[in-house]
Design a binder for this molecule. Structure first.
Ligand code: HPA
Length: 270
């Protein structure tokens, strides 16, 4: 384990010895998820030495430890993005710390632009694979062999068994769950229509500014990974209107009940 992760883990352990099994990152649309949980403990990011705290005003930045139907989880309420100016190492710091806490599964959520035919704003989509080619790889630099191998395999990033569980949970909740390949870009500018045509031609379906680097880091550490995206808007050039952050936030709020229901029901089966 890296020395700074060990130090951060000690700061968390001063507050709670709770050992979560599933780590959940809350993207737009799930910000309120932690509100109706059986909360065991919370740890503000600012109390963890060296831990990245979001620059976005009004962002809650804390770990929430809780149980979802007996499954012990840790939620990240707030996360930092590469476009905020953090190094890639800082962006994936939370994944390494949650692995150190004992989690076995990383459940990622996000809001994304939809580039695939048949998507509508407000859809939920199960991520089946990703494209990391437009961003810096989070594993650049010396490899820590205690974490994982130098050249980790990425054939099955999004665990088949977890995908099945999430599909079952969608059926049970009467949710029409789409599927897609997620492409992470740095942002913060949204894409141009030409970039979206390029991404579509490469096999990308969902575009966003998070997730892939976290998924790579988690696989390197041997965690199981799954991801659900909220299609907050149709991607540039497909959407009839220019993209705005407000549209993403509004879509997140509108989808929150169904997003929460799916995530809760899926985690209960993990
Ligand atoms: N592009 C990139 N990131 C996003 C989008 C988008 O259209 N929507 C939400 N996050």
């Amino acid at each position: 384990m890296k020395a700074y992760i060990e130090e951060q883990l000690q700061a968390v352990r001063k507050v709670t010895d709770f050992v979560p099994r599933v780590a959940l990152t809350l993207g737009s649309g799930l910000g309120g998820f932690a509100k109706d949980l059986d909360v065991v403990a919370t740890v503000p990011y600012k109390d963890i030495p060296g831990f990245p705290v979001s620059t976005a005003p009004g962002h809650v930045g804390q770990f929430v430890f809780a149980k979802v139907n007996d499954v012990p989880i840790v939620c990240m309420q707030g996360r930092v993005h590469f476009y905020e100016g953090y190094t890639m190492e800082q962006v994936v710091n939370p994944v390494r710390l949650m692995a150190a806490m004992g989690v076995e599964t990383l459940f990622l959520t996000n809001a994304a632009g939809g580039a695939k035919d048949g998507y509508h704003a407000g859809d939920l989509a199960l991520v089946t694979d990703h494209i990391s080619l437009f961003i810096q790889n989070p594993l650049l630099g010396p490899n820590d062999d205690s974490e994982g191998v130098r050249f980790p395999d990425m054939t099955h990033v999004y665990d088949e068994g977890l995908q099945k569980i999430i599909k079952e949970a969608a059926t049970e909740n009467d949710i029409d769950l789409k599927t897609g390949v997620y492409v992470q870009l740095t942002g913060p500018s949204y894409e141009t229509p030409a970039e979206i045509r390029l991404i579509r031609s490469l096999g990308g379906d969902l575009v966003g500014m998070s997730t892939v680097v976290e998924a790579i880091t988690a696989r390197h550490l041997g965690l199981k990974v799954c991801c659900v995206s909220l299609v907050s808007n149709l991607a540039a050039g497909i959407s009839p209107t220019p993209l705005t952050e407000q549209e993403v936030i509004d879509a997140g709020n509108a989808a929150a009940p169904k997003f929460s229901a799916l995530v809760k029901s899926a985690i209960s089966r993990m």
